[in-house]
Ligand binder design. Structure first.
Ligand code: ZN
Length: 246
């Protein structure tokens, strides 16, 4: 259920990282261009808003990819699809390397907070609310999107960044398998809470997203159990092996 090259087409390549766009991003485009058409006097700004959303998600994903590479991991593909972007990262199997690769995505959004807010403040100081209301609305929306991306990704619901960061921290104390077990169980509870909220509040998109998270959480939980069995078998084998002959 994770996006693949299927249904996506290549846009460009940067530092050996291929960026692809899933066809369903055009649905997002249609939504941004039509449902928010009244927000601006000119449709130019709706297009600019769509491109800005695209850029913010892309920067976040590049944060993951470049951080993963900085610790010796592999990452050569980013796919943008409607539930966000996915950077295919394979960091080394160490908690510190995993933590850095995951945390770097939200850290990009953190770094953007003062930049975007500073731009908004500066533009406001120059009186652009009166002369360039569309531009100001666009800048406000950018601040909003960046904050939402940051807050949402930090939810401790595996496989969101927050859930994966929690897993990496737990890894220091309980190893790769048990940390994933705990993170996915907590993620499952968080996902259920999110789906309940989505259904009760009539936010269908949130409910769909939560269902997707739950599915991935379940996959993670199954993998954690396999990993635990595998590690236990390895330990038993190591114990059974005769000591080396001097
Ligand atoms: Zn992320």
């Amino acid at each position: 259920m994770t996006p693949t090259r299927q249904g996506s087409f290549r846009l460009f390549e940067f530092r050996g990282i291929e960026v692809s766009l899933h066809w369903s991003w055009f649905l997002v485009g249609a939504y941004v261009l039509t449902s928010r058409a009244d927000e601006y006097a000119s449709p130019f700004w709706n297009v600019a808003e769509y491109l800005a959303l695209f850029a913010l998600v892309l920067l976040h994903e590049f944060g993951h990819s470049l951080a993963c590479r900085s610790v010796g991991g592999h990452s050569d593909q980013i796919v943008l699809w409607p539930l966000g972007g996915v950077a295919y990262v394979a960091p080394p199997q160490r908690p510190g390397a995993q933590l850095w690769s995951i945390a770097a995505g939200p850290l990009v959004n953190v770094a953007l907070v003062p930049v975007l807010y500073g731009a908004l403040w500066l533009a406001g100081e120059r009186g652009l609310y009166d002369t360039q209301p569309d531009f100001m609305e666009w800048l406000l929306t950018l601040n909003f999107i960046n904050a939402i991306l940051l807050a949402f990704n930090l939810l401790p619901i595996y496989p969101l960044d927050g859930g994966q960061m929690l897993r990496s921290v737990l890894w220091y104390f309980m190893g790769p398998a048990n940390s994933l077990l705990v993170a996915t169980v907590l993620g499952f509870l968080g996902g259920l809470a999110l789906i309940t909220y989505g259904l009760l509040a009539g936010r269908l998109w949130t409910a769909v997203l939560a269902a997707f998270l739950l599915f991935n959480c379940w996959q993670g939980f199954r993998f954690a159990r396999l990993l635990r069995a595998h590690l236990a078998a390895e330990q038993a084998r190591a114990r059974a092996e005769p000591p080396p002959v001097p």
